[in-house]
Design a protein around this ligand. Structure first.
Ligand code: DAH
Length: 368
């Protein structure tokens, strides 16, 4: 503390004169009120506080002067100074609260999130229904012990036709049916595979028996788009080759598949058919899951009670020879099922175009 002994009290204030002291103090309180109100930041307010009640302020100076007063006057003067100092502090504290509240309000306003604002939603996509069916069918067969195989979409004529015992004059070889990429002999002629069956031949060439595979993928045909045809569609090929596979294995396997895919009450029936690569060959129908095979008003089976589902048969010995298997050692069955058809049957979809239009009103009905 500065040594003020011997110094006169503040020149302008006669500490011993209560009136004079009161005037000085009330002037200081008035300054506090106006200067605090004018301070627009905590720093500016701190400066006002230091000016009025800090160690070098008039209040501090007045307090220092008390020591030189007559003890009889000292108590009253000290109390007056103390009261004024407290009032000034209170004014400053009030202003500090105001400034802090304003700062807080400004920060909240700056950080506020307008929850009424529209924002761009990211839609989560899903697998296309066709892929869902491929996955589901593959899983059913994986559950029966099958592996999943794949093959090229740009295929040699050899695998698409010749290895599959398809005669040179088969109508499927015509350009009106099959899309060719490059003409030539069977060994170098390229086409877009017309079915997934060539995967059978490729797989057997690479793997010794036993073979249990399903092979999903795209197939291509020179068809015009309509309600039941697409030039690019999907099939799942199945092949089982082992030492003593019989026709009843074929029927039992497909019946189990039909029950898992369409429901436990599903029945199957087989009708004789022709495919170059199987002998005997058949088409498999499943009982209509929608009307249980009974209603003439059913829109799924059109009252027929049965849905045509797939082609199948016992692998022709000529196919085994083409891939290097011994037809006296092994036997097998094969089948090929249209994925679009499986999806249409299950969901009552009447127009194949739905699968390629990418209309979200259609796609979102099958979120997967
Ligand atoms: N590849 C035939 C088609 O596209 C379907 C098929 C029928 C595949 C009988 C087979 C089968 O493996 O054995 O129509």
């Amino acid at each position: 503390m500065t040594d003020t002994r011997g110094e006169p009290p503040p020149a302008t204030t006669n500490l011993g004169d209560p009136m004079d002291l009161a005037a000085t103090l009330s002037e200081l309180r008035a300054r506090a009120t106006t200067e605090a109100a004018a301070a627009s930041s905590p720093e500016a307010l701190g400066a006002v506080e230091a000016d009025l009640v800090g160690p070098r302020s008039p209040i501090a100076e007045l307090r220092r002067g008390l020591g030189s007063l007559d003890p009889s006057e000292r108590a009253a003067a000290g109390r007056a100074i103390q009261e004024a100092a407290a009032a000034i502090q209170e004014t400053i504290a009030g202003r500090r609260d105001e400034l802090e509240a304003a700062a807080r309000a400004a920060r909240i306003a700056a950080e506020a999130i307008d929850v009424t604002l529209d924002y761009r939603t990211l839609r989560v996509g899903g697998l296309h229904l066709i892929q869902q069916v491929i996955d589901e069918v593959s899983e059913i067969f994986v559950g029966l012990g099958y592996k999943v195989a794949e093959g090229p979409e740009a295929e040699l004529s050899w695998y698409n036709f010749d290895a599959l015992n398809t005669p040179p004059d088969h109508p499927g070889r015509l350009e009106s049916d099959t899309m060719y990429l490059d003409y030539g002999s069977a060994e170098d002629e390229m086409l877009l595979r017309a079915h997934t069956s060539p995967i059978q031949a490729r797989y057997m060439e690479q793997h010794p028996p036993p073979v249990y595979i399903v092979a999903p993928g795209k197939a291509y045909r020179n068809d015009t788009i309509d309600a039941t045809h697409l030039p690019v569609f999907h099939q799942i090929e199945g092949l089982a080759v082992d030492e003593a596979i019989t026709f009843s294995d074929l029927k039992g396997t497909l019946a189990e598949f039909a029950r898992q895919y369409f429901g436990p009450k599903t029945k199957v029936r087989m009708r004789p058919h022709y495919f170059p690569f199987t002998e005997p060959s058949a088409e498999l129908d499943v009982s209509c899951f929608n009307c249980d095979g009974g209603s003439s008003a059913c829109r799924v089976c059109k009252g027929k009670g049965w849905l045509e589902m797939l082609g199948c048969g016992m692998v022709d010995p000529n196919v085994f020879v083409a891939v290097g298997y011994d037809p006296d050692q092994v036997s097998g069955f094969a089948f090929g099922v249209g994925v679009e058809r499986l999806a249409m049957a299950r969901h009552g979809i009447e127009n194949m175009r739905m699968f390629i239009e990418n209309d979200l009103r259609f796609l979102t009905q099958f979120p997967g």
